[in-house]
Design a protein around this ligand. Structure first.
Ligand code: SF4
Length: 182
């Protein structure tokens, strides 16, 4: 049986901030090392080989950040999340009772995803070395929960980036000149 790994748990609310989405610094370091070592051992560990290849393709074609879609692809023009009452929401992980109700299918032409900024507008993501892999975590996060999710996404995706560099050069990344540390 093949089991794929989507990524790490994002922080969506107060509960995940202190629960499944909470990682100490040492745990984040360990996550990076574990992903890197697993991919060195097996280039398709956890089904992540495809992401290494996508990273290479992004470099080869100089893919600009503006050309990236969110990793969930809910910002794609051909994707909408709809509940059984026809409410259109930011994504399937939100609900139609709060700010994430963006329209109704009865008013189809007016559907517009205006509850999340593109990550090309986010200062942190623009200068982030793993943005081609991460694609800005979850698109509607902001403030402290975004920062917490960003830290876990960075740790996870840095393990993939390190493996990509290792397969290209045989070298181990020991540091990256950004606000993040490896
Ligand atoms: S790790 Fe953080 S800064 Fe980098 S792309 Fe992801 S969300 Fe943006």
């Amino acid at each position: 049986m093949f089991v794929g790994l989507e990524g790490v748990v994002n922080v969506y609310d107060a509960a995940t901030a202190i629960g499944t989405g909470r990682f100490e610094t040492a745990e984040l370091d360990s996550l990076t090392r574990s992903i890197f070592e697993a991919l060195v051992e097996d280039p398709n560990a956890f089904g992540l080989g495809e992401r290494i290849n996508e990273f290479y393709a992004a470099i080869q074609r100089r893919r600009p950040i503006e050309a990236l879609r969110q990793k969930c692809r809910m910002d794609s023009p051909d994707a909408i999340a709809v509940d059984l009452r026809g409410n259109v929401m930011t994504c399937q992980n939100t609900g139609a009772k709060g700010v994430h109700k963006i329209c109704h299918v009865a008013n189809f032409d007016a559907i517009a995803l205006d509850t999340a900024p593109h990550f090309a507008l986010r200062e942190e993501c623009v200068s982030c070395p793993v943005v081609q892999l991460c694609k800005r975590s979850c698109m509607f996060l902001a403030g402290e929960i975004f920062k917490q999710s960003c830290a876990t996404e960075f740790a996870f995706n840095m393990g993939i980036l390190m493996a990509a560099v290792w397969y290209l050069t045989g070298m181990v990344v020991v540091g990256v000149a950004t606000g993040h540390s490896v």
